[in-house]
Ligand binder design. Sequence first.
Ligand code: AMP
Ligand code: GLY
Length: 411
Amino acid sequence: MVGGGGREHAIVEALSRSKRVERIFCAPGNAGIASLAQCVPLKDTDIEGLKAFALGNAVDLTVVGPEAALAKGIADSFRAAGLAVFGHTAAASRIETSKEFAKQLMAKYDIPTAAYRSFTDFDEAFAYVSSRPFPAVLKYDGLAAGKGVVIAADRAEAEAALRDMLLDAKFGDGKVVVEDYLTGPEFSFMCFVTGNRVWPMPLSQDHKRAFDGDLGPNTGGMGAYTGLPFIIDEDRSFALENIMQRAADAMCAEGCPLSGVLYGGLMKTPDGIKVIEFNARFGDPETEVVLPLIRSDIYDMFEAVATGRDTSAPEWEDAVTMGVVLASKGYPGSYAKGVEIRGVEDARGIVFHMGTKREGERLLTAGGRVMMCVAKAPTLAEAKELAYADIDRIECDNLFYRKDIAHWALK
Ligand code: AMP
Ligand code: GLY
């Protein structure tokens, strides 16, 4: 397993339930993962180091969590060395790493998304934005860890953002995609994909803003749940057929087939379901609420995707999940690290570690998002009660959390 966050903890946990898995290594891992896998002190982007480790330890299959490693070509490099890997080639990862590639693909293959144009020239971009209704959506083209999107309310905000992106090189050299502003609830649709075979996972919803009521700055995600009442079966079938399957087919036709997870960040707009973005990997924190529901052996699925062979669709538990993130006070801005956490062993549900480390017997905070309490139950209301009961069992002086996870579903 490559990576060391909550997503990787959830993947390692699912792998640890496999009958076929003898031993798990995780690079770099974290304090929670260490109870299920042997952590290896290698960075997730140290492709040569990881390859040497996999070869040296006769690793049968490598699963890649983070997009940075995929964008850097870890899957290409592993395959060239004869190693089985679950993760897309660098060329296929462009569906996430290049907004323009993704938008062109969607236009060419008729995958529903917001109308757009892309620019490298400031004056042209500003003239176009000024000619369109506000708010305007400006996306810097490149991996920007969620920070490259600006929703500009008026001309002045658009001008400032375009200056940052195109003139002051705040983000680096590149392009800006300008697209129409869409409205409606957002949700995440993750599928296992190999070539044109697509196996859907349960739908989930992330909470990107730091504070209750979806206020405050964007974060890596403050909580998530499954069992979305506002996405009916018809919406899901539409998205599976016209978005996820079509994208998999399109990538085959373009000569860069997918082999990993395709993540659709989708929105249910008044004109139907549309794509906000694609990611070429498991979502975080969505994975932490989705994978606890998998009943089939996840190793079979990873292996089928890595080797491009067919397999049966995975089975999922008939339950819902809800997860609440505990984050360091100050996150996503600056925050202290090394603050002691107590009571994790009293939790009744699952606790995934995101940014923790162990020092002797003590468990300490080591990141912005520190851990996530996940509960499973027949209904969301019950799952919510269980997840927040676990949040109350964990003691730490420097953590905060959102109290309204799943508010879209539990009105
Ligand atoms: P992205 O990095 O493309 O996922 O964008 C980050 C966030 O910006 C999304 O989760 C949305 O909340 C918002 N966003 C992106 N594109 C649009 C759009 N066309 N209309 C409305 N909101 C958007
Ligand atoms: N939860 C959003 C992402 O993984 O990009």
